[in-house]
Write a protein that binds this ligand. Structure first.
Ligand code: GLN
Length: 556
């Protein structure tokens, strides 16, 4: 008998998530939630975010226009959706888990310039698509995952994402049982009609069909639930079983989405489509539910002011520009049984009317988040002075630490013109300065991916507010900045009472600045962005210490 050599079955599965009708309907949250559910069924998942724009990374984009730039441990500057993935899936992602068209094209073109294609004519198909598929596989391998969840940015019908959809189509043709497409679509309810319309979704599916792709599932986003009649209508028009149409109405919080999806039994449809069976029930969703319940049952309330200059474009985008800060505050609050209301305070108002800063008395805590440039900075410094003098808990993030150091040098030490080289390099006291290698980058006009980026370690001194919060001597946090506390002034600043409780392992860079508890209940600034590492089930210790202090002061 001739023994046929059996080809080893490919175990890896791919779920592609695409958007229909319009952007901004929550593909990222839908994908993150699906990932969470699959984790709870015992699978290792790896999320990949595809951004079809030509930027090589998200680092050079204006956050008020495009949302937060989320920094990975590796230092890659990415889209804010990567933050959702890290938070929902409680995992650290790597550079291979994010890709843009710019990144892929740059690589392919450089390869061509180096004769990497051995004289061939280099074309979008197959060379770009092959590179895309190669990267998807590599990302899956790097996490040894069972299922990749690949979110293709943009909307069906966009020109820019076609090559990514084509790459996914090629995979589906090769491995029909291992690849599935989910379309997250939007169902509008026109005010004049008052009823939910399915046509735009049907058209989006047609358009996807014209690329040679049939979705296996449609997630129907809308302000309301999808009724059974419309479910049937979409199912019929798109040639899908009714159970593959998932209703996804607006709900109170994005963290409810995984629990809500499971109500429609989304996981059984996905596993059936991918020819898989639940691996194990590991209680992930139960732990998640505990967190969601915490939020519902919060006993205390807090009012925190977030002071910045960011209001020129209207405040509707702020929640996008500072999403990680907002979420970090939420997580720490919930676990401390509190619900925190954040108020966005425009620091420029204080420059116009200095008396207005008194309004900060009405808050239980003040946060100054990261930022760049001169606009509104004097107003921020006034807010920091107010927090320091009135013993209002203060948390400074990156720029918020640098400006706290400047405020201290000006108003406590008396260096009236103390400043950062970012704004006034001619000042006699440049207490925040640019490091030599950064100076070179700017002189050479190298702005992309050239800041101090990604994870750096810091030594934390025993007996400080930071150490009490972290409960560790060495911590790692993500960075994204060019300027640092000027080593020249460290001794003088410390002598004047400010403590640098976190320093780089070589002792040169100041990572955390704080005031002792004997003079202030909580006054701490960090050069890093701890908000990038806050997770729902693992809130960030610095945010938690800040919230704790705010609660304690409020009770007084
Ligand atoms: N503008 C400051 C710097 O470049 C702070 C940056 C930030 O807050 N992310 O150092």
């Amino acid at each position: 008998m001739i023994k046929k050599k059996m080809k080893k079955e490919r175990k890896h599965k791919f779920i592609f998530v695409v958007g229909g009708v319009m952007s901004g309907v929550g593909k990222g949250i839908a994908s993150s939630s699906i990932g969470k559910i699959l984790q709870s069924k015992g699978f290792v998942v790896n999320p990949v975010k595809v951004d079809p724009y030509l930027n090589v990374d998200a680092g050079t984009m204006n956050p008020v226009e495009h949302g937060e730039v989320f920094v990975l441990d590796s230092g890659l500057e990415t889209d804010q959706d990567m933050g959702n993935y890290e938070r929902f899936l409680e995992m650290d992602l790597g550079s291979g888990d994010y890709m843009t068209s710019g990144m892929i094209y740059k690589h392919v073109i450089e390869k061509e310039r180096n004769l990497g294609f051995k004289g061939k004519c280099v074309e979008a198909i197959p060379h770009v698509t092959e590179e895309i598929v190669k990267r998807w596989r590599k990302a899956a391998d790097s996490h040894s995952s069972d299922i990749s969840l690949i979110e293709i940015g943009g909307t069906i019908g966009d020109y820019q994402n076609i090559l990514f959809i084509e790459s996914a189509r090629i995979l589906k043709i090769k491995y029909p049982q291992d690849v599935m497409f989910i379309m997250v679509s939007y169902l509008p309810i026109p005010g004049s009609l008052g009823e939910m319309k399915t046509r735009p979704t049907q058209n989006a599916v047609r358009q996807l069909n014209s690329y040679g792709v049939q979705p296996d599932m449609i997630i129907a986003r809308g302000t309301q639930s999808l009724d059974s009649k419309r479910k049937e209508k979409i199912a019929f028009a798109c040639a899908l079983p009714v159970e593959n149409i998932i209703s996804a109405p607006d709900i109170k919080s994005v963290y409810d989405v995984p629990l809500n999806f499971e109500k429609d039994k989304i996981s059984s449809v996905i596993l059936k489509t991918l020819h898989m069976r639940t691996k194990a029930h590991n209680g992930e969703l139960e732990a998640w539910k505990k967190f969601v319940d915490k939020r519902e049952n919060a006993k205390h309330t807090l009012k925190i002011a977030v002071v910045g200059k960011y209001f020129d474009t209207g405040d509707f985008m702020l929640s996008d520009a500072y999403v990680s800060v907002i979420e970090a505050v939420k997580f720490s609050s919930y676990w401390k049984d509190a619900r925190t209301e954040l108020t966005w305070v425009n620091s420029k108002d204080y420059e116009v009317d200095p008396k207005k800063v008194q309004e900060l008395k009405n808050f239980d805590g003040i946060i100054v988040p990261g930022g760049f440039g001169e606009s509104g900075i004097e107003g921020v410094i006034m807010a920091i002075e107010f927090a320091r003098k009135n013993k209002i808990p203060y948390l400074g993030l990156c720029y918020g630490m640098q400006l706290a150091v400047i405020e201290y040098c000006r108003n406590v030490i008396g260096w009236k013109d103390a400043h950062t080289a970012e704004i006034n390099p001619q000042s006699t006291h440049v207490v925040i300065d640019i490091m030599p290698e950064q100076k070179k980058n700017l002189e050479e006009g190298k702005y992309g991916a050239s800041m101090r980026l990604g994870a750096y370690e810091a030594m934390v001194s025993l007996g400080t507010v930071a150490h009490k919060a972290y409960k560790a001597d060495m911590v790692s946090e993500r960075h994204r900045h060019r300027y640092e506390v000027n080593p020249k002034y460290i001794d003088a600043i410390e002598k004047a009472g400010m403590i640098f409780s976190g320093k780089s392992p070589n002792g040169i860079l100041m990572e955390i600045a704080e005031l002792p508890v004997s003079v202030h209940p909580f006054f701490l600034g960090t050069q890093a962005h701890p908000e990038f590492k806050a997770r729902p089930l693992h809130p960030h210790p610095l945010f938690t210490a800040f919230i704790e202090a705010a609660l304690k002061e409020k009770k007084k």
